[in-house]
Design a protein around this ligand. Sequence first.
Ligand code: C2O
Ligand code: CU
Length: 468
Amino acid sequence: MTHFTGLSRRGFLFGAAALGGAAFLPTAAAAGPQLELTAMRTQAQLLAQPRPATPVWGYGGDLPGPELRFRQADRLSLHARNDLDTPTSIHWHGLRVPSAMDGVAHLTQPPIPPGGDFHYEFDLPDAGTYWYHPHMGGAEQLGRGLAGALVVEEEVPIRVDRDLVWMLQDWRLEPDGAIASDFDGMHDAMHGGRIGNHVTLNGRPGPRIAVAPNERLRLRIVNAATARIFALDFGALAPVVVALDGQPVAPHAPEDGVVLIGPGMRADIVLDASGGAGTEAPVRDLFRPDGAYEVATLVHGHTPLRARAPDWDMALPPNPLPEPDLAAATRHEVVFHGGMMGQMMMGADAPAMIDQMRQGRMWFINGRAAQGHDDPPLIVAERGSTQLIAMENRTGWWHPIHLHGHVFRIVSRDGRPTVHREWRDTVLMAPKERVEIAFRADNPGDWMLHCHVLAHQAAGMAALIRVA
Ligand code: C2O
Ligand code: CU
């Protein structure tokens, strides 16, 4: 709808890159062997050969981390180990887990020290596309590669020929292929975050993916970049969005024809390979003004899989999410300030914000930049209550706002009810946009609400919601 259109009107255009080694693991059964994820240094061929491999941080030597697959209602039981020389943790982005399993270092668990381990175990009530990543020193740990997809399959999945994860990552590489170590740059923090110069899809730049004419794909697209937003254009192919952040949505063509995905977010699309025999279909990122580039190319083979595109049902069954009770909701106004070229800081909060800026804090939620995990909560919610958060972005930047432990409905944008009232765990807010979200606060604990542009989060754009 309007937010992407607004972007193109402002003259932003479309912004190189990648598929390949999707680690296709057998479905992880609850009763199966003990799952392990070890954070460690490894190498990955992020640049096209014969350019050198890049030293990265990965899970178990893979990049991205292994694709974990479960069935809805399974129980995840996984042992995390830390072979890095810095502490880490694992957060299960989008999954409604108990607080003690949420993986936020210093808040829900102690950091996993070098050489240490931590056992994660929780139920998986919701099907969908999720992901895991450290919640500690995030800008660096994700920027060096620590991320993986977690898929929870529906008991009866929709029919497709292939179900593929597309994990997008963005890297800032030096000419020799090494990852630049400028993770704390003030310029990045005050602007759009640490945007890289090299994009990969499943760890490969611009992969060519063979498809058969009239083959039906389910693509589970995960934006694991620390700052880059993607607006994916499929050219002559017609993607149908069937889930957002893992949660089913009425199947629909993406607004403005592009699949817009901010950091942390996911989109499941059904894509029919409707190009003719032997044709290529580039998948391009059109978000950035400095030129479009290909994240992948679908290469149609010569032998159609069937005579015409399938007409199979695409609607996914809903997850058992608690419906917010809007009539009884507690309403909160939440304003984001900060960064370069934001709205003037005015009112009672302004002097305090200017003071915090002198201490290197750049982003503010209701006038306050996060300092640490003992900050007072932004919101205290009674367990079971409905919370409506009216968020206003008074900055000149996009922010993907992520809530832990819950899934919310997007009720309105700029005062207008949303068409799909979609469920999300992360909402992408355009500059100056207002968004209302609502959720049932049914999961006790302290939960983070933060921007998933990790340099913004690190510079203050984070708060706590306490459900007691
Ligand atoms: Cu994907 Cu607070 O995280
Ligand atoms: Cu942000």
